[in-house]
Ligand binder design. Sequence first.
Ligand code: AMP
Length: 520
Amino acid sequence: MSEGAAKKEEKPRKFQAIRGTRDLLPPETALWNRVEQTAHEVFATFGFGEIRLPIFEQTELFARSIGADTDVVSKEMYTFEDHDLHDLNLRRSRSITDIELFTEPTNVGIILPYAKHFLTEAKQELTAGKLPRTPSNEFLLARIESDLEYLATVTDATPRDAFRDRRSELRRNMQALELGPVISLRPEVTASVCRAYIEHNMHRRERPQKGRYRQFYQIDAEVLGGTDAPAIDAEVIEMVMTFFERLGLEGVQLHINSIGDKKCRPKYVELLRAELSKVKDRLGADSQRRIETNPLRVLDSKLESEQKLIERMPHIADHLCEECAENYRGVKKELELRGVKYRENWRLVRGLDYYMRTTFEITAKGLGSQNAVCGGGRYDGLVELLGGPPTKGIGFAIGEDRLILSLQESARAHPGDSGSPLATRHSPLLYIAWMGEKAYTTAIRAAKNLRNAGFRVELPPLEQKFGKALGQADKLGARFALILGDNEVTSGQWTLKTLADGKQEKLRESDLVEHLKKQL
Ligand code: AMP
């Protein structure tokens, strides 16, 4: 078949958005802009500045900070090996294919040349510093070498199971070799500057539903360094509450808790583990596993059948050490001083390992089961855990998608509310109706000047009869039409029509912008 014929037969493929992602389009994006603008304004008044970070980082960073036994790290990250070793990778694939063909000891000649070649090259790349010199890679290369040595000696007399096991091991070892750093799309963010905030898209491979996406947006802020005085916790919470208030977010509810620190939490965790173990048989599979791995996370459970059992568990507030209890009392007092209303929620432990003392979550209206619009807490140990100096830290992450959903729900409930964040604040549209070549040049100039002055202008790309142009202006909801024909160009007197009442005025080019500004 000729290339042309093949092309003809190829059916056009309809591309769909990746599951859990969606396009954000106008007019909705105007609301996103307004929300982000409000965040810039409010956060600036608290002395916060914006930072921007790369979208991916080493996977290990997230495993260490978030915790290996969190859903985010164990199931939801988009992770890949980022390597430049294209040829070595091809050789590895070819070697693995050969290993699969090696079903009889007499076939040993098939695998050895390729796999050996792969091993030699991999070692060279390790020396050249291109293959990451990690303990795991060094171990794997040594294993591959010994696997190959063993397989070179197999004969018909070698027990089948022994050689098959070794063959599988060789394949696994080759596959596990990391040809480059393993990196992940950012599922979570922690800034690294004192009083900073970030707007970012995050990626988590969760089951999509309303308010839960695989690419979602967060506005995060944190204070790193300085003191851990309760006033800092309260001020950070006050800032996010002020932001929500400024946006007119409805049904906002702040939940707080303290989860203790390195000294008192382990004792509570042991107590909780012991109490949960007593009812283990009546808990679901996830909670049963978490009793071993991370009992605090059982408190997060939404499973209906577990609620009664969990409600009977000991409360961490009754097991805090004196310093943590004092700190928690301080945070509550500081919130009261600022007029921030809160509700205590002893089950609020937050999913991530690095939190300590203050944890908080904010819920809003109209979101169904995914009603948390913000989560945060203190994480004094995190920077140290990642190899930095001991540093105090507190921060939060706002789920922007959910915030927008909630604002949209409220706007639907009160249509026509001009104070609503959904009310459009675009400047009114001005449509340029032009006819004739000279008028077109003038129209381009007029459009440029009006846009520079901040007006929204529609300049039709093709000539239209005036009647049709005015109809089009009406259809687009324009407030004004600027009529430019031969007469206008020759006389220098332009015609401005107000579409609502049909009123027409003659204006000089130099007066147009000022005249329009007065009408707004
Ligand atoms: P986290 O980092 O899990 O504490 O999340 C902070 C906030 O981000 C949550 O309170 C949600 O508002 C939002 N969020 C988390 N995961 C998702 C998701 N998959 N889709 C949309 N928003 C999310």
